[in-house]
Design a protein around this ligand. Structure first.
Ligand code: ADP
Length: 584
């Protein structure tokens, strides 16, 4: 995560304002209207008190004023309610928009990125992080406008009535924001630190949960519990530090406001005594003085919301940034450049090189064409660049140099979503989703009927074990395939790819040791998958790819050999050496 993005967070927050300018302006307008009515209400109240105390006014005379004040109270309550509603709309709108953007970004990020990023961090950003933005747009923005507008309106009223009180208000008012900014500086850093701790804690907790069985096997449960306890404790302390600062800052602001009001009150008291000031005028100023400071004091609490949002925005900015520097994303309006529907395109990589953002060169000068219907296997040692090449072929990673052409069209000209309709991807550890076997298969084609699903299962060598499940296609399976073996999960994923009818499929073959029957089944399933499709298999087991049309051998990001099994074996090069290491 780059260090510069943290500083971008306030700028980014401000740049998103336009998404909610309507509801925020409404909230401000309603708040201001409420503030103006309050001035009217205070004036009415002062006149009423004046009439009762000095003119001995009876109930009949003051009744209309009382009714007026009651009506004002009701209208103001309505305005507060409406302002809260529009603030809520602003919050909801921004959260929905940012979440949609983040999820869309995550969708365009490659497999390799997902492997390298802690899930806990991402989840934290998507949930609590986005949630924390609400307070910024729904409370901080409107409140900061009102903190200027309401005191100004009150001042306009007070100056002609009593310039001396107005002068005290003008002199003391800036103290509050000045102190706030002063305290806020430190708090901002504390908040960002606290937010990072929260990310660490979530990431660590998620890792610990997913690796629970491993931890048990190695008897590391206690050590892990101690680690989590330590992280939680650090998070607790960080939270308390932030809260302490927030409370201290509120205390200071309250104190300043109280002292200022007292000054106004004492001076009014003396002048009333000396007869320099009329009762109604003095009373109205006294009533308005606390209202003058109230929006400024409220700023203290919403300023805390702002800092929390900045802390959260840091994670969001990093995620969006990574996504933006990641693979090519959708180019709207380019769908008119079309590929032939339902047919595998001719895919050509020309002089493709790829460097990861950290500078790791993963692919160099790759020239490779995949003709429609061909089965190509990619082999090579761990770290040779197989997954990266698969990512480039699928359009999940954008090459740093060179181009990818599909049917003679530069793929970067195609909409990413459009291109992905032609692709299916079977990862090493396919994810099944909560739901039935049918739900999982029909993801690829919701309209597929049972006969189609069974046919796909049969071709993927998965029919027998699905038929043996208690409820067949209706058996509920969990995220990790509940009671299915790794080989079975992968064959279900192959069946899913068969249902999808995508003409270009990339399979990252399971590297876990498969027993002989599973290996035979996988080989047969891959042969079915390759029939009539272009198929690229990242092979970890040489036995399953003997019949591939071509085998591409990668080493340190370069293609070092291409050919059929027989030819490469006869050539006695790197592939033959790999066969020698793992004879089968
Ligand atoms: P393979 O699939 O053959 O094991 P990869 O394509 O995963 O190889 O990796 C190729 C090279 O790129 C390796 O040196 C690996 O360390 C590096 N690499 C992979 N993913 C990333 C990443 N997200 N950031 C930086 N380097 C990466």
């Amino acid at each position: 995560m780059s260090a510069t993005t943290a500083a971008d967070a306030p700028g980014w927050l401000a740049s998103q304002k336009s998404r909610v300018s309507g509801p925020v302006a409404t909230t401000i307008g309603l708040g201001l209207a409420g503030g103006l009515l309050l001035i009217v209400q205070a004036s009415l109240f002062a006149l009423l008190a004046n009439a009762v105390i000095f003119d001995n006014a009876g109930l009949a005379r003051i009744a209309p004023w009382l009714i007026g004040i009651a009506a004002l109270v009701l209208v103001r309550a309505g305005l507060v309610y409406a302002a809260q509603q529009s603030a809520f709309v602003a919050g909801r709108r921004i959260k929905t928009a940012i979440r949609a953007r983040l999820i869309a970004r995550l969708g365009t990020l490659g497999i390799v990125w997902q492997r390298a990023t802690p899930t806990g961090d991402v989840v934290n950003t998507l949930t609590d992080g986005v949630e924390a933005l609400e307070a910024y747009y729904a409370r901080y923005l409107p409140q900061s406008a009102l903190a200027a507008l309401i005191p100004l309106s009150i001042l306009v009223v007070v100056v002609p009535i009593d310039w001396l009180s107005a002068l005290i208000l003008v002199i003391t008012a800036p103290l509050i924001p000045v102190f706030m900014v002063f305290i806020g500086r430190g708090a901002e850093k504390l908040n960002q630190r606290q937010w990072r701790r929260m990310g660490q804690l979530s990431g660590h907790f998620l890792d610990a949960l997913s690796g629970l069985s491993t931890l048990r096997i190695f008897n590391l449960g206690r050590r892990e519990a101690r680690l989590i306890a330590r992280f939680s404790e650090e998070y607790r302390l960080a939270t308390l530090r932030v809260l302490r600062l927030a409370f201290v800052s509120s205390l200071v602001l309250e104190f300043l406001a109280t002292v200022s009001i007292a000054m106004v009150a004492v001076l009014i008291g003396f002048r009333l005594l000396w007869g320099d000031l009329g009762f109604a005028a003095g009373f109205v100023v006294l009533l308005l003085a606390p209202e003058f400071y109230l929006p400024l004091r409220n700023m203290g609490s919403v300023y805390h919301a702002r800092m929390e949002a900045i802390g959260a925005a840091e994670g969001i900015v990093v995620l969006l940034d990574e996504a933006e520097s990641g693979p090519a994303t959708a180019m709207p309006g380019t769908e008119q450049i079309g590929l032939a529907a339902g047919r595998a395109p001719y895919i050509e990589l020309r002089d493709v090189g790829l460097c990861y953002p950290d500078g790791t060169p993963a692919l160099r000068a790759i020239d490779l064409a995949i003709t429609p219907g061909e089965t190509v296997a990619i082999v090579g040692a761990s770290g040779a660049g197989k997954s990266t090449l698969a990512g480039v072929l699928l359009g999940l990673l954008a090459p740093s140099t060179g181009q990818v052409w599909v049917d003679g069209i530069d793929r970067s000209q195609l909409d990413a979503g459009y291109w992905h309709r032609f692709c299916a991807w079977v990862p090493q550890q396919p994810r099944l989703f909560h739901g039935t076997v049918r739900d999982n298969l029909a993801l690829a084609d919701p309209a597929a009927d049972d006969a189609t699903l069974w046919h796909a299962l049969e071709r993927a060598q998965a029919r027998d074990f699905v038929a043996a499940l208690a409820d067949g296609l209706d058996t509920a399976i969990g995220e990790r395939g509940l009671s299915l073996s790794g080989g079975e999960i992968q064959r279900l994923a192959i069946a899913r790819a068969l249902v999808s009818q995508a003409p270009f499929v990339v399979v990252d073959e399971a590297s876990a040791h498969l027993d002989r029957p599973n290996e035979v089944a996988l080989t047969a399933a891959l042969a079915e998958l390759g029939a009539g499709r272009s198929l690229v298999v990242i092979a970890h087991r040489l036995a399953t790819i003997r019949r591939a049309d071509r085998i591409v051998v990668l080493d340190a990001g370069r293609i070092v050999e291409i050919g059929t099994h027989n030819r490469l074996r006869a050539a006695g090069g790197p592939y033959a050496a790999m066969l020698g290491e793992a004879p089968r």
